[in-house]
Design a protein around this ligand. Structure first.
Ligand code: ADP
Ligand code: MG
Length: 726
């Protein structure tokens, strides 16, 4: 009888070290060599074509058909010069993954010869056979076509010999079937509103772009051990597993020395990422053993998101070469830190100014306050929208789970800014400023060093010196989802602010005075969203409730907020998503939630009944044989006293087996009931409220068995092995 776990452990220990390719020591020598960036464009495009692409990127100017042909031809020559044979439209369907369909650069001629060809049409639009991507009812079978269309603002790149062209994905009727189109719409809306506000202060500003710097957390696990855990392989997380005697309690992993095999993986991964133009910068160990983080320099949001999607793919691909599997799940291990993807977000002007950097002059300070207070107001008004846009089955285990921080959206700004805002509030609200001779008082905000110690790592939305860090995003998420929400709520708020300002200015109030008055009121209205304390504490849960803040612990209830009339209006008014698109997304996500919990439940049943119980019985039989043997060789009295441990264990094992059997049966029966529902909303709720709670009960007994049964027989790699085998 072979033990899968021991085989896996042996494979992991005997794994040969991978020889990584020689990497030039200057990244400048290879940075971006696999992207069709400005340098490649200037080499391969005519001046006219080059200018057309830049105008499309910078001003959204449409590219003419004739020019598209030229661009396609240049792109093809560039790609072929780098060894490419195929091209593909690369898009983000609502599955959350990325999709590609490869076509060869080949056209057959009449004389039987072939030439490499790539036309403007092929670059600009494709009709992938995409009928099995989720559409939430948007694409009926009679209109089953979906189109991808080129997004020139995100550079094309080469992946495994294929020229990948970032595209949006829309239905025949023009509705979005992806994350990129609403994202671009939200970013365009923000650009428009933020630019108008900036121009109150500085007429030289013509454009504002939102910026995103993500930090990606992930776990690495040896691939052999991963494969020996059906739960990891099928659901991305361990559904059973007793805690390791040592895990993260010594905090000795955080920022610790990175193991050699991991370093080799990281160096190769970073090399490949840099070649693709992803500006990866920092790497370090995270809190949990086996957990790591990677963060690039920030970029324009749309490009940063494409880079994150690409980077998740690269992580998985390069890790395999080193015998690792990457876990992007939000909570692969119980009782150990989960993984997030912090979204650092700010806005930058075309004059190079970061709008969330506190200024040096009073005008700059006012501008800073305008953006700061409006963001806080937006987060307060639309906290439920933000919560809905980070909801997923995996993230539920990180937010509002048992050992996780609560799912309350609040904002942290640090003591210095709190002081400044209190000053704003304390000075008189000149409701009739014409009467008052006193000049309004703009608090002086000292420049805050981004790295000062005034940080709060428990806040879901924290100001960190010159940007906000949205920390509640899950590690496997497509950042486009939270970015659609954040940029839309801020756009909407800036628009309201501008309209209010215009009204006061029309009454002959100076713009600065008008703004000051409005900010004063906004701060009062929204300051309940500010929380500087420990967001993980129980006190905060109580306190937040008295402040009237939502605490939505699970995905079905969080998603329901997508359908709030105010939320629908928000996205419709700002031309980001239509009601139909929102409803479709709602259904797709609910369905996804149901499937995920359903798969987990099935895996739990299978593992418990077919893997764990048979082993438990086998071990129990050994004990029984042992007891029978003892009885034969010992006199009755000695037997009584010496066999007690074994007989107790035999009884305990039986107890756990019976419990597991009963609870699995109960879970399966409930699941069967719930599966019959037609109402998808009720189905999701009951998966959450009636099926999911069984997981913990079953896990309890399986984990107890892990402690009782002979280590040599246990079939699943244990936590200590998963966490520490590197
Ligand atoms: P920490 O882990 O302490 O939060 P890091 O230095 O690891 O900090 O990450 C900071 C992140 O913030 C990086 O991803 C960086 O790109 C990003 N960032 C810095 N400035 C900006 C900005 N102006 N806009 C958006 N992101 C930014
Ligand atoms: Mg961070």
């Amino acid at each position: 009888m072979t033990n899968i776990r021991f085989n896996a452990l042996q494979m992991s220990m005997q794994r040969p070290k991978r020889q990584i390719p020689t990497i030039p020591n200057r990244p400048s020598a290879y940075f971006g060599e696999l992207t069709f960036n400005k340098a490649a464009m200037s080499d391969f495009l005519s001046r006219e074509a080059y200018k057309a692409v830049q105008a499309a990127v910078e001003q959204g100017v449409k590219i003419e058909r004739r020019i598209a042909d030229q661009i396609a031809s240049g792109m093809k020559s560039w790609a072929i010069s780098k060894g490419a044979t195929h091209f593909s439209h690369w898009f983000h369907p609502l599955t959350g993954a990325t999709a590609e369909k490869h076509d060869a650069f080949i056209t057959l001629l009449e004389d039987g010869k072939a030439i490499e060809n790539f036309t403007g049409n092929e670059l600009v639009q494709q009709e992938p056979d995409a009928s099995s991507f989720p559409h939430g009812g948007i694409r009926n079978t009679f209109e089953a076509r979906g189109y991808t269309a080129w997004d020139p603002t995100s550079p094309a790149f080469l992946l495994d010999g294929t020229l990948c062209i970032p595209t949006i994905f829309i239905s025949y009727t023009g509705e979005s079937l992806d994350y990129k189109l609403p994202l671009i719409k939200a970013l365009t809306a923000l650009e428009r509103e933020a630019t108008q506000i900036c121009r109150y202060f500085d007429k030289s500003i013509n454009r504002v772009q939102a910026t995103l710097g993500w930090e990606q957390e992930y776990f690495l696990v040896d691939s052999a051990l991963f494969s020996a855990r059906p739960d990891l392989a099928l659901t991305g997380r361990t559904l059973f597993g007793h805690a390791s005697a040592k895990d993260q309690q010594l905090a000795d992993h955080y920022f610790g020395a990175i193991p050699e095999r991991v370093i080799d993986f990281m160096r190769e991964f970073e090399y490949e990422a840099l070649r693709l133009g992803i500006p990866v910068k920092t790497r370090h160990n995270e809190v949990a053993p086996g957990q790591f983080e990677c963060a690039p320099a920030y970029e324009e949001v749309n490009v940063a998101i494409d880079h994150n999607q690409l980077m998740m793919h690269l992580l998985e691909k390069i890790a395999k070469r080193h015998g690792f599997t990457v876990l992007l799940h939000e909570k692969p291990y119980a009782n150990i830190n989960g993984s997030g993807k912090h979204n650092n977000w700010s806005m930058q002007t075309d004059t190079g100014e970061n709008l969330l950097s506190p200024g040096k002059t009073p005008e700059d300070n006012l501008k800073f306050l305008v953006f700061l207070v409006n963001i806080l107001k937006a987060v307060d008004t639309h906290a439920d929208v933000l919560r809905a846009y980070i909801a997923s089955a995996g993230n539920d285990l990180r937010l509002g789970g048992h050992e996780a921080p609560p799912a309350i959206i609040s904002a942290f700004i640090g003591s210095r800014l709190t002081q400044a805002l209190n000053q704003l509030e304390a000075s008189p609200n000149q409701s009739d400023p014409k009467k008052s001779s006193k000049p309004y008082n703009i608090p002086i905000i000292p420049e805050i060093l981004p790295d000062n110690t005034d940080r709060n790592r428990t806040s879901p939305f924290a100001f960190t010196g010159n940007k906000f860090e949205f920390r509640a995003v899950g590690s496997s998420a497509n950042c486009a989802v939270p970015m659609i929400a954040l940029n839309t709520i801020v756009t909407n708020q800036l628009k309201l602010f501008r309209l209010e300002t215009e009204q006061l200015v029309a009454k002959n109030i100076k713009p600065e005075e008008a703004m000051y008055q409005i900010l004063h009121r906004y701060y009062e209205e929204s300051k309940r969203i500010l929380f500087e304390g420990n967001s993980y504490s129980h006190e905060w849960v109580l306190e937040a409730a008295t402040r009237g803040l939502s605490n939505i612990a699970d995905t079905p209830r969080a998603l329901k907020k997508l359908l709030d009339p105010a939320a629908i209006r928000l996205f419709e008014d700002n031309n980001v998503l239509t009601q139909r698109e929102i409803k479709a997304r709602y259904e797709i996500q609910l369905d996804n939630y149901i499937r995920k919990v359903q798969i987990e439940s099935r895996v739990i049943g299978d593992l418990a009944v077919n893997h764990i119980i048979p082993i438990a019985i086998r071990y129990q039989n050994q004990l029984i044989e042992n007891v029978i043997g003892l009885k034969e060789v010992l006199d009755a009295k000695t037997f009584q006293s010496l066999s007690k441990t074994q007989t107790d264990t035999i009884r305990d094992i039986s107890d756990h087996i019976i419990n597991i059997k009963n609870k699995v049966q109960l879970m399966v029966e409930t699941r069967k009931q719930v599966n019959k529902y037609d109402d998808i909303e009720q189905k999701a709720l009951d998966y959450r409220d009636k099926v999911l709670p069984h997981f913990k009960d079953i896990k309890y007994h399986v984990d107890k068995l892990e402690l009782l049964i002979d280590d040599e027989m246990w079939p699943l790699p244990k936590y200590r092995e998963l966490l520490f085998s590197r």
